[in-house]
Design a protein around this ligand. Structure first.
Ligand SMILES: [Zn+2]
Length: 225
């Protein structure tokens, strides 16, 4: 055992872990973020039933809506999500997943299935994995609910960052389809994504599931202010 500890110490010295936020070398007891960055994470609320969540549940016409953090371009949350998205850092997903699952567990929800917003196969090939998928699986295990892929992307939509709200809505219209018809009819499905901006993509997913007889709730890591 001692030898193993020695080995890990050696690894730490050779490849010290750095803070995802400020890139400073982390202390032994710190994980992902240094204490300073950790204290600066812009969490939305400790409770799941805040005004913002209720407003978005109305907007998307879903049963429940939960978001964990505020997203600012170039900010700490973007760095966290980037670490998950492009470096596949699982610890980041676990860190956010724990927090988000607490918000959801605070309320009675009776969710049957967790699923994610899929990437188009071409983009998936390019990136190698879908971060929303990974995160949804982490969240599902935190909630003790099973994860099932339900949706597939049938239209390779353009990147939406430069689009207006209306353009985004048109861009994602009919972009999704069910993987297998009506397998989950009557179930309460929690759809998970990383960042919510205008909500156009999510709305497109919600409408499809709703049309196919599913009860829908939504959870995202972060949302634009
Ligand atoms: Zn830091």
């Amino acid at each position: 055992m001692k030898l193993l500890h020695f080995f890990y110490d050696l690894l730490d010295t050779a490849f010290p872990q750095k803070c995802v936020g400020c890139k400073q070398v982390l202390h032994k007891k710190e994980n992902i973020l240094c204490l300073k960055c950790y204290s600066e994470v812009p969490y939305i609320d400790k409770k799941g039933n805040n005004a913002l969540n209720i407003e978005w549940a109305d907007k998307l016409e879903v049963n429940g809506f939960w978001a964990c953090m505020y997203f600012n371009k170039g900010g700490l949350v973007q760095m966290l999500i980037h670490a998950l998205k492009y470096r596949g850092e699982e610890k980041v997903g676990q860190f956010i997943g724990k927090r988000l699952s607490k918000l959801i567990s605070n309320q009675e929800h009776q969710i049957d299935i967790v699923t994610s917003v899929p990437l188009h196969s071409q983009r998936l090939k390019k990136r190698g994995f879908n971060q929303a998928d990974l995160f949804a699986q982490t969240l599902a295990s935190e909630l003790n609910i099973s994860f099932h892929p339900i949706l597939k992307r049938v239209k390779n939509t353009k990147t939406q960052t430069q689009m207006s709200r209306l353009e985004r809505a048109e861009n994602v219209q009919d972009a999704f389809a069910l993987i297998s018809q009506n397998k989950f009819e009557g179930k309460h499905v929690l759809v998970v994504d990383d960042v919510l901006t205008t909500g156009a993509t999510m709305q497109s997913c919600v409408k499809l599931l709703d049309k196919n007889g599913m009860k829908v709730s939504v959870a995202v890591m972060a949302m634009a202010r």
